[in-house]
Design a protein around this ligand. Structure first.
Ligand SMILES: [Cu+2]
Length: 436
């Protein structure tokens, strides 16, 4: 019996715990890194259920061969990161809404209740379905008025990674957080099975420091950038096993920006989009995947280097929390002289940013109530001076028992540190070398 079949058997027999402990505690060694058992092999062919970091999956109940779900469009309170709360709109009390997870061929009936102060609809982005179920207000259906419940019924005929969002007053409703991911597992999976499967929706928001309501009118100057509506350090890390095959499905329903998501410590292959699967012959290694607005991108990889690896949008303004973009450039300015002059008028004035922005988190810069400082969170070696669309991929030998909050323990001598003077001398390195 192979491992995957055994796990399925274990789950079926109510012995998931046994399967995990029996297979998950293999010590790395002669047989290579441990390959802990997937926790939930519940879809055809042993496909693991998707994980939505910081999120949930929509519960579905089956009746007469139809899977039934309920989405409630509603105002919500949302925490982007510790210190930043928003008055947002979402589904079932959250943004993004619950991830819809089904299997190719599934017939579904989705009820949509509107508890917003204005009409809405739901569009099933990328799903090919009967025209009257496509959700474009005025074109395919009447709007769902406040207080009404509509019903959508269709069959998911194509496997893949899709999204859902309103198609009425999109600018407002999506700016306030109304969106979610859809995963349709294939009936007969091809290619190597994955051990972990994640969904991450990218998004951008404009929230004035101190305000609670995202600004739907913003077109260019977004200052809160998120994975699953969380800005670092609010993003849950992705804990994966060394040697496991991992899939991440990205979506982008940002207003304006495409997001190049960059991975440290591994290479991946693009295996699909919301158009479908990419043929194996067209795949090639990459370290950054561009996720355009209104698209999904699916990647797969096998991490072999253990550690805490950064995973983030590579637009530098998308990995800083709540940047203000109207400031003068102060880098290189003589702060002492400026401070002395201005302090005559404004006691306590301090020029910010003259030596770069990286130290702002540690300085405890005063910020308005309900706003997050310009930089991120604490790390094992000091402050991680990134925020926004940033998270951490934690590659572990025993991911199922590893503390997701814990940091990687580096083997001795494998962390960059201050150079030893004798070694520098021996290697002919002069720190005071002159150039030019
Ligand atoms: Cu970005």
């Amino acid at each position: 019996m192979d491992r995957r079949k055994f796990v399925q058997f274990g789950v079926a027999a109510g012995g998931a715990l046994l399967a995990n402990s029996a297979l998950g505690q293999q010590k790395p060694g002669a047989q290579g890194p441990a390959r802990p058992a997937p926790k939930r092999a519940v879809f055809p062919g042993g496909q693991v259920a998707v994980t939505t970091p910081n999120g949930v999956t929509l519960p579905l109940k089956e009746k007469d061969g139809v899977k039934i779900g309920h989405l409630v469009a509603m105002p919500i309170k949302h925490t982007f990161a510790p210190g930043l709360e928003g008055d947002c709109w979402g589904y079932n009390g959250r943004t993004p809404g619950p991830t819809i997870e089904v299997v190719e061929g599934d017939r579904v009936r989705f009820y949509v209740t509107n508890k917003l102060p204005e009409p809405t609809t739901v569009h099933w982005h990328g799903v090919i379905l009967p025209n009257g179920m496509d959700g474009v207000a005025g074109l395919n259906q009447r709007v769902i008025k406040t207080g009404e419940t509509f019903v959508y019924e269709f069959t998911f005929n194509h496997p893949g990674t899709f999204m859902y969002h309103p198609h009425f007053d999109e600018m407002t409703q999506m700016a306030l957080g109304m969106m979610g991911m859809i995963v349709v597992h294939p009936k007969r999976p091809k290619g190597p099975p994955v051990d972990r499967d994640f969904v991450l929706m990218t998004h951008e928001w404009r929230i004035e420091p101190g305000a609670r309501r995202p600004d739907p009118n913003e077109m260019t100057d977004f200052n809160v950038l998120t994975f699953n509506s969380k800005a670092f350090p609010g993003t849950d890390p992705l804990v994966v096993g060394r040697g496991e095959r991992v899939r991440i499905r990205f979506g982008n329903l940002s207003a304006m920006d495409h997001h190049p998501i960059h991975f440290h410590g591994l290479t991946f292959e693009l295996t699909g989009t919301d158009g479908g699967e990419i043929p194996a012959a067209q795949r090639h290694p990459e370290t950054t995947v561009l996720v355009p607005v209104g698209s999904t991108r699916v990647i797969e990889f096998v991490p072999n280097e253990p550690g805490d690896w950064a995973m983030h949008c590579h637009m530098t303004h998308h990995v800083m929390n709540q940047m203000g973009h109207g400031m003068p450039v102060m880098v290189g300015a003589n702060a002492q002289k400026i401070d002395a002059k201005v302090q005559g008028l404004l006691p306590g004035y301090m020029t910010m940013g003259h030596a770069g922005m990286g130290d702002m988190a540690e300085m405890g810069m005063p910020v308005p109530k309900n706003s997050i400082p310009m930089v991120g969170g604490p790390g094992p070696f000091g402050s991680i001076d990134m925020g926004g669309m940033f998270t951490i991929l934690k590659v572990r030998d025993n991911p199922d028992t590893a503390d997701p909050k814990g940091w990687y323990q580096h083997p001795k001598g494998t962390v960059a540190d201050r150079a030893d003077e004798a070694l520098m001398k021996a290697d002919g390195i002069d720190p005071d070398a002159k150039f030019g």
